[in-house]
Write a protein that binds this ligand. Sequence first.
Ligand SMILES: Nc1ncnc2c1ncn2[C@@H]1O[C@H](COP(=O)(O)OP(=O)(O)OP(=O)(O)O)[C@@H](O)[C@H]1O
Ligand SMILES: [Mg+2]
Length: 250
Amino acid sequence: MTTTTTTSARRQEAQPILRVEDLHVRYGGSHVLQGVSFDVPATGVTALLGRNGVGKTTTLKAVLGLAPRSGGVALAGRDVTRWSVTRTVREGVGYVPEDREVFGGLTVEENLRLVGGDVGVDAPIVGELFPDLVRRRAQKAGTLSGGQQQMVALARVLLRDNRLLLVDEPTKGLAPKLVTEVADVLARVAQTTPILLVEQNLPVVRRIADTVVVLDAGQVVHRGPAEELVSDPDLTRELLGVSMRREARQ
Ligand SMILES: Nc1ncnc2c1ncn2[C@@H]1O[C@H](COP(=O)(O)OP(=O)(O)OP(=O)(O)O)[C@@H](O)[C@H]1O
Ligand SMILES: [Mg+2]
């Protein structure tokens, strides 16, 4: 490899996949995001944290263009602020929303084919990451457990070619075993695709996140390595109002 290639490869690696700069969202008279700025590195899991109602979901929606935004959003160095939601998704931003939104009346297979067309459950990535879904291909999605529905929502997004995934509270309301399963799937996905993950479960953050961004009252109040935050009980209590030790015992 020549020196030039090495330098350019390093430069590419250093460029964040997502840059959010001075992002504002207003709903009527409510100023929900008040100048949010952070980067999502091109590799690994970046966890977006904060107490209930601070604007985490709104941040993901604003990145996609689903919330009325002002400020800068750049994907791999390209300004996307004028892009439609459709274009942003087409250019590789995958979104798994908080409420999962699987089609309950359709089978697992049909849910996946809505996105994957011909491939659906038979796509290699589904067999590799979600063997349970292959077994349940003919089951109506509405009859699946919350964890299984979460797997359908994740699988559906992973059928596309993503450059970045936005995943909103994927472990919410799941039994501990499924929390671990979902976290493991995300960790495997993050080996190839960077993830911006909203997550309230700190043991999950400790397990799979590399960096954290903490919001409070519509602003970023902390950024840094995940381990630094989750290993500091005073800081987690101050920023998130939770104790890592208590959560870890659950
Ligand atoms: N469409 C909307 N219209 C008006 N207000 C909204 C809308 N969506 C969100 N909000 C408000 O914006 C604030 C931030 O909401 P958001 O859903 O982003 O919080 P969050 O951090 O994701 O919370 P949670 O942890 O409960 O999921 C809340 O006060 C919420 O009521
Ligand atoms: Mg939310």
